[in-house]
Each structure stands twice: as structure tokens, then as C-alpha cells.
Design a protein around this ligand. Structure first.
Ligand code: TYM
Length: 333
């Protein structure tokens, strides 16, 4: 039986962090064995917010290294760099021509990013979700493993599919987002009411490649509260519990929860245990990263193999789209 196609992507606007890992990439690693997966480093998306060309090059390589180090296996999935396959942007243009601007202006990330960078509200930022839809549709993906923040984008991709199929005939499946049950939204360590993100400063997130001292320092500085109250657990404390559950063991997590419920927890102990659990998990990842960084030839080969396979799929889809829309092939001259 044919395996379902999966697509997802990550922006190389910095290093892979624990939010990316728990919200999406951990699922990618699991899914690569069951599905036909294509994963992309989406550098065209990364240039919609301020960037430095040299850093973008390094970040793209580092993103590849991080993805491999956490367990993506190039013999089990297809890895691509978005800008190396022009079919992504070509399809985005066609989809952009059937997407009403009103749909795009309503997207929450457009509003957020425009406020964050008021002097750089560019066209790419507005059409960002169209390019994202093109990424998914180019491979006719049915499943899109992402964190919760990406749901509006996947919903928009579904709307674009409906519009395209209605106008030009059944071409694309409607993709479905797959969001993890417990880790759909990992919070920032410094501003725990916001999601963990590179844009909130280095202390707000933990990178996959952070060394043990840095991890410890960041976790110890994490914002909590002044002690348990009778109300709901504060977002900073809840976030530490999530990290401990994901990286540590269930028994330890249970013991701290009991202490929290009894009102006798010491946050310094919770932080120490959480930092230790993260450091333990990241140790082998760091080793694999270091090894991969020493073999640029291997990285090049991995990307070449990925591109070859991805471009076969991408060219087939684009040919079909162009035939259906009266562009290029099928002309009578
Ligand atoms: P990006 O690069 O911001 O993030 C990559 C993935 O990590 C998830 N994520 C989080 N999950 C939980 N908690 C967090 N704090 C957190 N921060 C990030 C994101 O939800 C995402 O799944 N627009 C996308 C990239 C993209 C894409 C695509 C995704 C481009 N084309 C096609 C899927 C399909 C983005 O900026 O992700």
C-alpha cells in the first residue's frame, strides 16, 4: 500500500530550539518510518523578516545539522532546501493569483510580524502563507506535522486547495495538520505567556546545540511565580513541568507535581531537575552535531539525494498545475 505523503518545514532564522523540537520535529522523526516524508529548510520564508545573508547561510547549514542530529535519517525521509527547488516559488505565484488579499491580511502572524518590524512590512510577509501552501501542495502532502502556531497557515492552505480544485478540477488533497497532544506550544523561558521563539532573545529559548552550562543558566533564570496559589498553575511553572515530563522520567515528574499540590515545592529544585534532564537528552545530540559539522561532503551528498527525489515530485505536480491552468504545456503551438 502507498504510504501517505507528509510535508513540513522549519525556517533557518536561527538554531533549532526546544519549541521546534517538541512542537514539530520530534514528530517528524517518528513519522519518517511510517510515512513518505519530505522535510524542508524553508529559507525563502526566513527572508521575509530582517536577516543577514552570511548568517542565513550558516543557519541553513546548522538547521540541517540539527535536524540530522536529533534523528532525521536521510535514507528514511527526503530533505530539501526550499530555495534550491524553484518549483516552490513558481507554484506560490500561481496560488497567489487565486488567493484573496483579505484572507492574508487576517492571518495572525502577519499582524504580529508587521507590529514587530514596522519598517519592514513587505509583500513576502503578506504572501508568506501562500508560499507555505505551495510547499505543502507541491508534494500533494496529506499530513503536516506542526506546532499549534502554524494552524492558521495550514487552514489557509486548505482553503486554497478548495478554491483551486473547485476552479480547475480535483488536483490537491486537503492537508491536515498534526499537532502533538502535550507539546503543541512550548513557552518562552523569560516571557512564559508567549511561545518560545528566537525573536524573544537568547535567554528565552534553549537551542538543541546549547552546551550544558548554557542550558543550566537559562533554566535557572526561567520566570516562574512567587509560589503555588489556589488558582491555575502559572504558565512559567507549567512550562517547566512540561519540559521535565518530556525530557525526564515520569516518577520524578509525579513527585514534583505532588509537592506542587501540597504547596511545598521549591522551584530551584524543579529547575535543577529540569536542566539536568534536558542536558542528559541533548548530550548525544551535541556529539552527533559535532561529527556532522566535520563532514561537509556528507551534508552535500544528503542534500543532493534529497533534491533529486523532491524535484521529480515537484516537476510532476507543477506540470499538472500548468496544464490545468493554461500555462505552458498543452499549448497547440
Ligand atoms: P518555524 O520555523 O517557526 O517553526 C518550525 C516548527 O516548530 C514549531 N514551533 C513550536 N512548537 C511548539 N512550541 C513552540 N514554541 C514552537 N515554536 C515553533 C512550529 O509550529 C513549526 O511546526 N511557517 C513555518 C515553516 C513552514 C512550514 C511550511 C511548516 C514553511 N512552509 C509548510 C509546515 C508546512 C514556520 O515558520 O515554522
Amino acid at each position: 500500500m502507498e504510504r501517505k505523503r507528509v510535508f513540513s518545514g522549519s525556517r533557518p532564522s536561527g538554531r533549532l530550539h526546544l519549541g521546534n523540537y517538541l512542537g514539530a520535529v520530534e514528530n517528524w522523526v517518528k513519522m519518517q518510518h511510517e510515512y513518505d516524508c519530505v522535510f524542508a529548510i524553508v529559507d525563502h520564508h526566513a527572508i521575509t523578516t530582517p536577516f543577514d545573508p552570511r548568517e542565513l547561510q550558516t543557519n541553513t547549514r546548522d538547521m540541517l545539522v540539527d535536524l540530522l542530529a536529533v534523528g532525521l535519517d536521510p535514507s528514511e525521509c527526503t530533505l530539501v532546501i526550499q530555495s534550491e527547488l524553484p518549483q516552490h516559488t513558481e507554484l506560490a505565484w500561481i496560488l497567489g493569483s487565486i488567493t484573496p488579499i483579505g484572507w492574508l491580511q487576517r492571518v495572525p502572524t502577519f499582524k504580529e510580524k508587521s507590529e514587530m518590524h514596522p519598517d519592514n512590512v513587505n509583500l513576502g510577509l503578506l504572501s508568506y502563507p501562500v508560499l507555505q501552501a505551495a510547499d505543502i501542495l507541491l508534494y500533494k502532502a496529506e499530513v503536516v506535522p506542526v506546532g499549534e502556531d502554524q494552524l492558521p497557515h495550514v487552514e489557509l492552505a486548505r482553503e486554497i486547495v478548495r478554491r483551486f480544485n473547485h476552479r480547475f478540477g480535483d488536483t490537491f488533497p486537503e492537508p491536515e495538520a498534526e499537532v502533538p497532544r502535550h507539546t503543541a506550544r512550548i513557552m518562552s523561558l523569560t516571557e512564559p505567556e508567549k511561545k518560545m521563539s528566537k525573536s524573544l532573545g537568547p535567554d528565552s529559548y534553549i537551542s538543541i546545540g546549547d552546551d550544558p552550562e548554557t542550558v543550566k543558566e537559562k533554566v535557572m533564570k526561567a520566570v516562574t511565580d512567587t509560589g503555588p496559589t489556589s488558582g491555575e498553575m502559572s504558565p512559567g511553572v507549567a512550562n517547566l513541568f512540561t519540559l521535565l515530563r518530556e525530557f525526564g522520567d515520569e516518577k520524578q515528574h509525579r513527585e514534583f507535581l505532588d509537592e506542587y499540590e501540597e504547596g511545598i515545592i521549591r522551584y530551584v529544585d524543579l529547575k535543577e531537575a529540569t536542566a539536568a534532564a534536558i542536558i542528559d537528552t541533548l548530550q548525544p545530540v551535541r556529539k552527533r552535531r559535532q561529527k556532522l559539522l566535520q563532514s561537509p561532503q556528507r551534508l552535500r551528498e544528503i542534500m543532493e539525494t534529497g533534491h533529486e527525489r523532491a524535484s521529480t515530485i515537484a516537476c510532476t505536480t507543477l506540470r499538472e498545475v500548468k496544464e490545468r491552468t493554461g500555462l505552458g504545456p498543452g499549448r497547440e503551438f
